[in-house]
Ligand binder design. Structure first.
Ligand code: AMP
Ligand code: ZN
Length: 137
């Protein structure tokens, strides 16, 4: 098995576990953006958002909420950022689906955001129509 996160689930390489249930595993990121930065993964290998089974996504979101509550209660986080990268172009480095649950405090710069672009309702309307025609599948 060459997937590092599958090896973590199997206990073949060590991790700092935060939470575990039948379907998911949550552990501290070894290069944390903030104190308490946790990764939530489905135990069964799946690559990314596009290919994952809905059940795996549902389980990961539920566990993300559990972890968010833990970070809020234990570390008194003021807020929680969820980051989830899919594909190399989006910055995905580990190709086992994972959700970053990152505690935030007022004034921190832990997560960088995008630069807002221009509003053009003509462009947005045409684009939304094109996307709706794609059918959501
Ligand atoms: P991404 O760039 O979204 O694929 O995120 C991958 C994350 O996995 C990075 O934030 C890494 O710091 C983290 N990571 C890589 N290897 C390990 C490991 N062995 N234990 C914990 N976190 C890891
Ligand atoms: Zn895996």
């Amino acid at each position: 098995m060459d997937c590092i996160f599958c090896r973590i689930v199997a206990g073949e390489i060590p991790s700092h576990k935060v939470y575990e249930d039948d379907a998911t595993f949550a552990f501290l990121d070894i290069y944390p953006a903030a104190r308490g930065h946790t990764l939530v993964i489905p135990k069964a290998h799946t690559t990314d958002l596009l290919s994952a089974a809905p059940e795996a996504l549902e389980a990961a979101v539920r566990t993300s909420q559990t972890v968010a509550r833990i970070l809020h209660n234990v570390l008194q986080a003021h807020g929680i950022s969820i980051v989830q990268n899919n594909g190399r172009a989006a910055g995905q480095d580990v190709f086992h689906y994972h959700v970053h649950v990152i505690p935030r405090w007022e004034g921190d710069k832990a997560v960088r955001s995008w630069r807002p672009g221009e509003t053009d309702h003509g462009v947005l309307g045409a684009l939304a129509a094109e996307l709706r025609a794609g059918g959501g599948t």
